[in-house]
Design a protein around this ligand. Structure first.
Ligand code: UD1
Length: 428
């Protein structure tokens, strides 16, 4: 098992380039199932989650070139003209919940899908009831047996769907189900994340008729056929937000390139309130951090509110800020797994229900810690940069799911961070 070893204390300086957004790439890869024509995808990040999703597409009979996966920045060609299976098997779904994103397109294209139930995961129960209720309203039937959900419909029909909660992948699945359905579909209380807008714009470039992207009401006019396209994925706002906070944790002066600042409005507002100097021009975010940050309270919310995927990283800053802050997690019920690890470095945090009450301390001291999920692992990297002495982070396979070359990018900014393979005892 590989680990990361960080000698904390170096200030960050220089430029870092943001990769394509994982959470936009996954639904866009799923959407390639909707067309019989060839599709080219650009700016795909090279990440574990993307590799798993490509394996899932191949399992369904999709031709992917290059078959072994793409290099960072090189395009991926996808040909879904001959789908040979409608089943997302357990061994892939259990590695990545977002595999559920094949449900909507398989229903649209084949009227049938069998997907292993994602089940619980480290950050809460995460059911898929909203995906299934929406498909039912469009005329599908489903049953659950042997750990799989099997959904069938002759041809999906347009429907009026109100989501009880603006689920991100739920909205994406229902958009993809609606584009080839007979008649019109309206999705109310839809999620408004920029990744959904990217998916909608890609589908419209293929001939879909979807209006309202970025608002909470989406109107979809079903069409009979979608053509091919060439699409470039938007930059990853969560990766950009993580580097802004890395500068806040370690101190420094960095430029974040290929970032869309408007996608981070709520996070930037909070970070400015905490004392970071952030200037945005074109596609560059310039961050300067000097002295101790101030404590501010925070609540996670669906977009455009503060993203849950940056909550753990923000907690690192508050754990060393001057004062008391309360962070409330409103999206997932069990997303404070990182707290126990931060306490090992000296953080003073108490959890009460959905809130973490944080008294900022002047210093962290390096310690061995274990990553528990994707964003928690990024938070531990930031904490290690801020700590005095050495921090070793194990279970970093979580980090590799969603951050491209994080230790290389940080090393270029002046951080002392290495990946260690214990089997060979080598640094990489
Ligand atoms: C997506 C993101 C993830 C992010 C999350 C919230 C992807 C691949 N993942 O996950 O990084 O943290 O949005 O911004 O884009 N819920 C239900 N029933 C459902 C669906 C969801 O009750 O059918 C609940 C969930 O348990 C959770 C909340 O809704 O409490 C939000 O989940 P959702 O927006 O669906 O998250 P994901 O799409 O899984």
């Amino acid at each position: 098992m590989e680990s990361l070893v960080i000698q904390g204390g170096n200030r960050l300086k220089g430029r870092v380039r943001i990769s394509g957004a994982k959470n936009a790439a996954l639904p866009i890869l799923a959407a390639t199932l909707l067309s019989e024509e060839k599709i080219e995808i650009n700016n795909l990040p090279s990440l574990e989650d993307i590799k798993i999703f490509i394996s899932l597409l191949q399992e369904l009979g999709v031709q992917v070139t290059p078959a072994s996966g793409h290099e960072t920045g090189s395009p991926l060609q996808i040909d879904s003209s001959r789908i040979s299976s409608f089943e997302a098997p357990h061994q892939l779904v259990r590695r990545m919940r977002a595999s559920i994103l094949v449900l909507g397109p398989l229903m649209a294209r084949l009227g049938r899908a069998r997907v292993s139930l994602p089940g619980g995961c480290a950050i809460g129960a995460r059911p898929i009831d909203l995906h299934l209720k929406g498909l039912e309203l469009m005329g599908a039937n489903y049953k659950v047996s042997e750990g799989y959900v099997e959904v069938k419909a002759r041809r999906l029909s347009g429907a009026h769907i109100y989501l009880d909660f603006p689920s991100v992948t739920g909205t994406e699945n229902l958009i993809m189900a609606g584009v080839l359905a007979r008649g019109d579909t309206t999705i109310e209380n839809a999620a408004r994340e920029p990744e959904i807008t990217d998916l909608v714009e890609m589908l419209n470039s293929m001939g879909a008729k979807i209006a309202g992207a970025g608002t909470d009401t989406l109107k979809i006019e079903g069409v009979r056929h979608l053509s091919g396209t060439s699409w470039a994925i938007i930059p990853d706002r969560i990766e950009a937000g993580t580097y802004i906070m890395a500068a806040g944790a370690a101190g420094g002066d960095i430029e974040i390139e290929n970032a869309v600042a408007e996608h981070l409005d709520s996070a930037i507002a909070k970070l400015r309130a905490a004392g970071l100097r952030i200037d945005c021009e074109h596609n560059i975010i310039h961050v300067r951090s000097r002295g101790r940050l101030k404590s501010v309270d925070l609540k996670t919310q669906p977009y455009p509110g503060f993203p849950t995927d940056l909550q753990a990283q923000f907690m690192v800053l508050m754990a060393r800020a001057g004062g008391l802050s309360v962070i409330t997690e409103n999206i997932f019920e069990n997303r404070f797994m990182h707290v126990a690890e931060l306490q090992r470095l000296g953080a003073e945090i108490k959890i009460e229900g959905r809130s973490a009450i944080i008294r900022g301390v002047k210093k962290f001291t390096g310690a061995p810690v274990a990553a528990t999920d994707l964003r928690a692992s990024a938070c531990l990297v930031l904490a290690g940069l801020a700590a005095r002495g050495s921090t070793e982070i194990t279970e970093i396979h979580h980090l590799d799911r969603g951050y491209e070359n994080m230790e290389k990018k940080l090393r270029n900014l002046g951080a002392d961070i290495v990946r260690v393979c214990p089997d060979t005892d080598t640094e990489q």
